[in-house]
Design a protein around this ligand. Structure first.
Ligand code: GLU
Length: 510
């Protein structure tokens, strides 16, 4: 078996879509699992679609996600250059070779002539492929023109393209590792342009030539490329490379969160979730689109989530570290059906990974907020706050939104909780509790808990009955993390002041 060499081959036409990150990930997993090589090739032959900054964005996104590139743009390697625009000269010789061997031809038709053909085909109600085995005999190309005329046109610099001569009546077979055997009749394929009139190769030619020269063993890419695959098979064959043709695996589409239709940026915008790995500012419109990174997703959570969009391990296990993914991944276990982009699941993964983070990892998020407010809080207090908060958050920035009350007294109280829980019993307990806390030493969670128990016992009121009112008085809300630890963090002075304020502000409704 030849060594595994896989490539991620994006076009720098804008921000990398999250589906592209999944494609890169699957390639990467196979490379790592087999001790193979992960290659990054930039497919920038379509100059009209080139977007400045897109290539840097791709590189930064992969680096952030932890998808390491072994060979290619930004790294170098034995098949450099890895940017197709820098390999321009190379493609022509293969196109010319195809012409010389009768597998391709020069075509001189103008856009207007092609349009006329399209219209007449449409009127006849037949095939709408403007250029193929049925129509090429009626067009201006090196198959129909006398060879002297062709030479003359080429010499005088007439515009031309090189097209593949697709066989008229043949069934093309392709084995896809995910979809199994795929058969396409050659009449369904048009004589695709291989070299454009601007001297650039098309995606099809450049892609096949590079996959061959770079000794790619597996082409793992999105389902949108499946219709092109039979044409690529024809190209490999025509170029005499059928024996070393890579294996194909076309990944399932990513579907909208409701499972209906293809996931689009519009869905993401409307539903308020990211679709790009990092922030992206569109250079044309200046529109800033928020990325997964800036929204607070951890790269390891995102990878775990993406790995499951199309693949599953066949077990109940959902949490996979990268080494575990590398170990468990199997191309054969990727499904054909579209994968629902369930953003709730992405959040769930983030929560799980956030929980595993150490206090030291998370402390900077809280300290930054405190510093911004000129609050100096001891490291132990920050650590204590993180321990009670991290179970409750989905994103690191929620450490502040969930935990602000630990450091800043509430200015308002949740009305609905007050209406239900602020009653005479609660007021009685809280008043007595406040007095007892003034003398509680040390002011720690177990100590304040003990005092609370004693206070409620003395008043013959169940602690459970007044706990939410106490929480309301201290935090302004009806829910939150461990209240006794929260009290230790707030400290005696703060706790007493907050209770006094609540007793003054909140009224018992009868
Ligand atoms: N340049 C293509 C893209 O942008 C690559 C398709 C392929 O992997 O063959 O998706």
């Amino acid at each position: 078996m030849s060594p595994v060499r896989v490539r991620f081959a994006p076009s720098p036409t804008g921000a990398l879509h999250i589906g592209g990150v999944r494609t890169a990930l699957y390639n990467f997993l196979l490379a790592r699992q087999t001790g193979g090589t992960m290659i990054l090739r930039i497919e920038d032959t379509d100059q009209s679609r080139y977007v400045p900054g897109a290539e840097e964005y791709i590189l930064e996104s992969l680096a952030w996600a932890g998808i390491h590139i072994d060979e290619g743009v930004g790294v170098g390697g034995p098949h450099a250059p890895y940017r197709q625009s820098e390999r321009k000269q190379l493609y022509r010789q293969f196109a010319e070779k195809l012409v010389a061997e009768g597998h391709a031809y020069y075509a001189f038709d103008t856009e207007a002539e092609l349009e006329t053909m399209r219209k007449s085909l449409l009127a006849a109600g037949g095939s709408t492929l403007p250029y193929g085995s049925q129509t090429r005999a009626q067009m201006a190309n090196s198959l129909t023109l006398p060879s002297a005329e062709t030479s003359l046109r080429l010499q005088r610099g007439d515009e031309y393209v090189i097209r593949l001569k697709v066989p008229a009546d043949e069934t093309i077979h392709l084995h896809d590792l995910i979809r199994g055997d795929v058969y396409v009749h050659s009449s369904q394929i048009d004589d695709k342009v291989l070299m454009k009139s601007d001297g650039m190769p098309t995606y099809h030619l450049a892609n096949v030539v590079d996959d061959h020269l770079m000794q790619i063993s597996h082409v793992i890419r999105g389902e949108e490329w499946l219709p092109s695959a039979p044409l690529h098979v024809l190209l490999y064959r025509s170029l005499g490379w059928a024996d070393t043709m890579p294996q194909f695996a076309h990944l399932p589409l990513l579907l909208k969160p409701d499972g209906h239709g293809k996931l689009s940026k519009r869905d993401a915008d409307q539903m308020g979730f990211p679709i790009f790995p990092l922030n992206w500012t569109d250079p044309k419109t200046n529109e800033l689109v928020k990325g997964f990174r800036e929204s607070g997703y951890l790269p390891e959570a995102l990878l775990n989530f993406l790995a499951f969009l199309g693949w599953n391990p066949g077990t109940e296990q959902e949490l996979f570290t990268l080494p575990e993914l590398i170990n468990a991944f199997q191309l054969e276990r990727i499904g054909k059906a579209g994968a629902r982009f369930d953003i709730q699941k992405a959040k769930w993964f983030n929560q799980q990974y956030l929980k595993q983070k150490s206090v030291a990892d998370l402390a900077p998020f809280l300290t930054a907020e405190l510093t911004a407010r000129d609050r100096s809080v001891s490291e132990t207090t920050v650590a204590l706050a993180i321990t009670i908060l991290k179970e409750r958050i989905t994103f690191p920035h929620e450490l502040w939104s969930e935990g602000e009350f630990l450091f800043v007294a509430p200015t308002t109280f949740d009305e609905s909780v007050a209406a239900k829980k602020w009653n005479a019993e609660a007021v009685a307990v809280i008043r007595a509790y406040k007095d007892a806390l003034i003398a509680t030493e040390p002011f720690t969670a177990p100590a304040v808990k003990d005092v609370l128990e004693k206070t409620t016992q003395a008043l013959h009121i169940g602690t459970g009955k007044i706990l939410q009112a106490l929480r309301l008085a201290l935090t302004g809300r009806g829910t939150g993390p461990d209240l006794m630890i929260a009290m230790e963090i707030i400290g005696r002075e703060g706790v007493v002041a907050r209770l006094e304020h609540a007793l003054k502000t909140l009224t018992v409704k009868s």
